[in-house]
Design a protein around this ligand. Structure first.
Ligand code: SF4
Length: 233
């Protein structure tokens, strides 16, 4: 199974924080948007991160035999749609899986003017698409979408009747720590980011010399982002 290599910000194998059941997650590097309050601003720049081939990544994400689904996030997955479509095909060649994808674009825009090669193919492989840019003022602390303007599209019936409440259910999040690297997995419930940021700062101050620059991939930074002119997404 071939496809363009992916530029990957992070992966997580086996989590219950990003959709129904036990899932593996891939976050891609690079996003054309600048949503104020973005959970992962360090994944916005279009810079080289980890380059991984779809088949290799499929093996990694399915190393946990209990995984029944994939969640694609970022960064902006649609900018790497061709590679992600190849990943989904490779993974489904090994196991039957549901697939959820987040995007800052609106579904109508993706269908009318795909922003990158492979978007139409990827849309054809998804069970659920959560679309639209994050708006901090509309973050109601509920569901798998980050703010209430974002929509949950069941592109197939597969997860529509599974009992998982994508829009109104309670949020869960997991924090993994590996050395000095912390990764927050999930859409954070109210108050969690503040607690997480202060815990990271406290831990770093104990472990690292003063003045050490923050090079913590996966840790959600909270620095204000420059806003860009509104885009048609
Ligand atoms: S679309 Fe998502 S990753 Fe991109 S800036 Fe907005 S919240 Fe961040």
């Amino acid at each position: 199974m071939t496809g363009p290599a992916l530029n990957v910000a992070a992966t997580r194998v086996g989590t219950h924080a990003l959709g129904p059941g036990r899932r593996s997650v891939v976050w891609v590097q690079g996003c054309p948007f600048r949503c104020p309050g973005c959970l992962a601003p360090e994944w916005i720049p279009d810079r080289a991160a980890r380059h991984a081939h779809p088949a290799e990544l499929a093996d990694e994400l399915l190393a946990d035999p209990g995984v029944t689904g994939l969640t694609l996030s970022g960064g902006e997955p649609m900018t790497q749609a061709g590679g992600l479509a190849a990943l989904v095909r490779a993974a489904r060649g090994r196991r039957d899986l549901s697939v959820i994808c987040f995007t800052g674009y609106r579904l109508e825009r993706l269908r009318a003017r795909p922003p990158a090669p492979g978007v139409t193919e990827l849309l054809g492989l998804l069970d659920v698409l959560i679309d639209g840019r994050y708006v901090a003022g509309l973050d109601d602390g509920k569901g798998l979408r980050g703010s209430s303007n974002q929509r949950v599209h069941h592109l197939t019936p597969r997860l529509a009747g599974c009992g998982y409440d994508f829009t109104g259910g309670p949020r869960t999040a997991e924090i993994t720590v590996d050395g000095t690297t912390a990764l927050l997995v999930g859409v954070p419930p109210p108050g969690l980011l503040t607690a997480f940021d202060s815990a990271v700062r406290e831990t770093r101050s104990r472990l690292l010399p003063p003045g050490t620059p923050d090079a913590t991939p996966g840790a959600p930074g909270r620095a204000p982002l420059p806003t860009r002119p509104r885009e048609d997404n």
